[in-house]
Design a protein around this ligand. Structure first.
Ligand code: AMP
Length: 240
């Protein structure tokens, strides 16, 4: 089974090939055909499973060759932190160029002017954190009416950080009937309310971490003083 067999655009598979990525991971096999067909996706699982390429390849295949009007991107990936947004962008950017799609990170702690200029020129894919995105919406530098695909990455972490009201505000501004893909390790903490309200008959996939072998693990709970944590952690890490 190759990425091409799953329906991924040929120019994208060529770039994957040059990076030595030939065989889809299980989450990619499970989600790509449905995601490329435009269905809503609910992915349960963690970093390391290959979910960035799972949603990234689907959205780039669907939007290949399209252009965005000034300040009106076509796809939005929401991430809880700037660091994750930049990691997602690092995966998407080299691939997106092969299908004439630009992408832009919109996140706090980075220059406003670069983000605003890119949005003004017209950028099809925006990878954003909720706070800076709301800020730029309020300042009228971006409009979400043309968003056809929204990805919520690490939705449980966004809930933990108190971003769900912002996430809901953002989703309410996207084009009705657009595709939504939500990835989360758990559905606690109101993530299920997001799923119920914003995903239509989502295709659900549980994604095991590629490298995890949970069957071989034993869990221990250590109760300790806060001040002992660093020492104990280093002792655990240093043992055979
Ligand atoms: P992610 O869960 O998206 O953070 O991906 C975890 C890591 O797996 C990243 O370093 C990816 O570049 C890598 N990766 C994702 N899919 C594949 C694949 N099909 N073959 C090889 N490496 C991959």
């Amino acid at each position: 089974m190759s990425f091409k067999d799953l329906g991924v655009n040929a120019a994208l598979t060529k770039v994957l090939h040059t990076s030595g990525i030939e065989k889809p991971f299980p989450i990619q096999k499970a989600t790509l055909p449905d995601a490329i067909a435009g269905k809503d996706i609910l992915g349960r699982g963690q970093t390391g499973s290959g979910k960035t390429l799972a949603f990234g390849l689907a959205l780039m295949t669907r939007l290949a060759g399209r252009t965005a009007a000034s300040m009106r991107p076509l796809a939005l990936v929401l991430s809880p932190t700037r660091e994750l947004a930049m990691q997602i962008s690092d995966v998407i950017a080299p691939l997106s160029r092969s299908v004439n799609l630009n992408s832009q990170v919109v996140a706090g702690g980075l220059s406003y002017s670069k983000q605003i200029q890119a949005l003004k020129r017209g950028v099809p894919i925006v990878v954003a954190t909720p706070g800076r995105l709301i800020d730029l919406i309020q300042k009228k530098h971006i409009k979400l009416d043309d968003i056809e695909i929204t990805v919520l990455d690490e939705a449980d972490q966004m809930a933990d950080m108190g971003f769900l009201p912002d996430v809901k505000r953002i989703l309410d501004l996207t084009k009705p009937g657009g595709q939504r893909m939500l990835f989360s390790a758990t559905l606690d903490k109101d993530v299920d309310s997001l799923v119920k309200k914003y995903l239509k008959n989502p295709v659900t996939h549980s994604l095991a971490n590629e490298k995890s072998t949970a069957g071989n693990m034993t869990h221990h709970v250590l109760i300790m003083e806060q001040s002992h944590k660093d020492l104990i952690t280093s002792q655990i890490a240093a043992r055979k």
